[in-house]
Design a protein around this ligand. Structure first.
Ligand SMILES: [Ca+2]
Ligand SMILES: [Ca+2]
Length: 373
């Protein structure tokens, strides 16, 4: 930014200089005088007007905007602008060695080609055929910009395409490492590329938009679970679980529902086990309501109580009773995956009036994905 400001200030300076040099007012430069009749500047013939313009027997040669003192035997090349003189111009005595910086009127042709007449232009300017200082279009002549070049009066600036920034040399463009900006650029991984960047997602995820990663539902898109297994999608992968989770002495009586048929064999065991699965991602904010347990059969004068029987050794959960019929499993500590967490939730149904007591177990498998998304 500092570089551009400096450039612009230089440009303004040059522009002002140029303006002052334009013959908009009839102020003639040194070596010229204003001709009222012709309303223009005309050359002063110093050889006529200056007393003893040349000393020591030198001959005086007038020219536009000045004069020369030359040895009597010196010769002058007169050029029409096409032929360049090949010999060194005669040496000036120094009487008026410095030519006017910029002539106020165009030089007529033919002109005397002499070193003392080549106009000195500031950087970024070049004398034109009429000896005016004209802006050089560096973009057209010596474009050193790696990307875009913008010509300015007396200067030029380089600009870079999107995704690149100007290097310290002010001409070359270097890739911007967008990944350096912030972790927010990508949800998972930022991959810097020339002129841009791309977000990458871990296995089991696909890019959603430009920065987010979305779990691929392999159970929908294609999985390799056996026929006797069911596919269960989770954040970052999928699992195959048996369609019939019931093991001896239990038998399957419904979807994920197992019942023990023999009370004697099942003494001390829950008569019903219901298998459920759920997926969560890592490091979920807590507390979070994650699973609702609901009594399916309603009897009058029955009281249901809900407890976590196992799987809460680390105190990650808490069961909040929401009604006589239901309770909510609340996660109180964030779980970090990949991990499979099995929680047994017991529902006891009892009626003191009928001295009836029954219980069922809900075996909840919580699959914690490897990432927090
Ligand atoms: Ca980049
Ligand atoms: Ca998945």
């Amino acid at each position: 930014m500092l570089g551009i400001c400096f450039c612009l200030s230089v440009v303004v300076h040059f522009a002002v200089s140029q303006e002052a040099e334009e013959p908009i007012t009839y102020t003639c430069t040194e070596g010229y005088e204003f001709d009222v009749e012709k309303q223009s500047c005309k050359d002063i013939d110093e050889c006529e007007t200056v007393h003893e313009a040349c000393k020591g027997g030198m001959k005086c040669v007038n020219h536009f905007g000045g004069y020369l003192c030359l040895p009597q035997n010196a010769w002058i090349i007169v050029s029409n602008g096409e032929d360049q003189p090949t010999t060194t111009p005669p040496v000036d005595t120094g009487a008026r060695a410095v030519p006017p910086a910029v002539p106020a009127i165009p030089r007529a042709s033919p002109v005397i080609q002499s070193a003392s007449h080549t106009i000195q232009c500031a950087m970024g300017f070049m004398p034109d055929s009429q000896n005016y200082c004209r802006d050089v279009n560096e973009c057209a002549t010596s474009n050193s910009c790696q990307h875009q070049c913008y010509n300015l009066i007396g200067s030029y600036i380089c600009q870079c395409e999107v995704g690149y920034e100007l290097a310290s040399d002010s001409v070359s463009c270097q890739d911007i490492d967008e990944c350096e900006f912030s972790n927010y650029m990508c949800q998972f991984q930022c991959v810097n590329q020339p002129g841009g960047y791309q977000c990458a997602c871990p296995e089991g995820y696909q890019l959603h938009g430009t920065r987010l990663c979305q779990d691929i539902d392999e159970c929908e898109t294609g999985h390799n679970c056996r026929d006797e297994d069911m596919c269960w999608n989770y954040y970052g992968g999928f699992r195959c679980y048996p369609r019939n989770p019931c093991r001896e002495p239990y038998v399957k009586t419904g979807e994920g529902r197992c019942r023990c048929q023999s009370p004697t064999v099942c003494r001390g065991l829950p008569p019903v086990i219901v298998y459920k699965y759920m997926s969560i991602f890592s490091d979920r904010t807590v507390p979070a309501d994650i699973f609702q347990i609901q009594a399916t059969s309603v009897y009058p004068n029955m009281v249901n109580t809900f407890t976590i029987k196992s799987g809460n050794e680390g105190g990650e959960f808490y069961l909040r009773r929401s009604s006589n019929m239901s309770a909510m499993l609340v996660m109180t500590k964030p779980l970090t995956g990949p991990k499979e967490h099995v929680v047994d939730l017991e529902m006891v149904t009892q009626s003191n009036v009928l001295s009836y007591r029954s219980s069922s177990l809900l075996r909840l498998t919580i699959i914690v994905g490897p990432y927090p998304f």
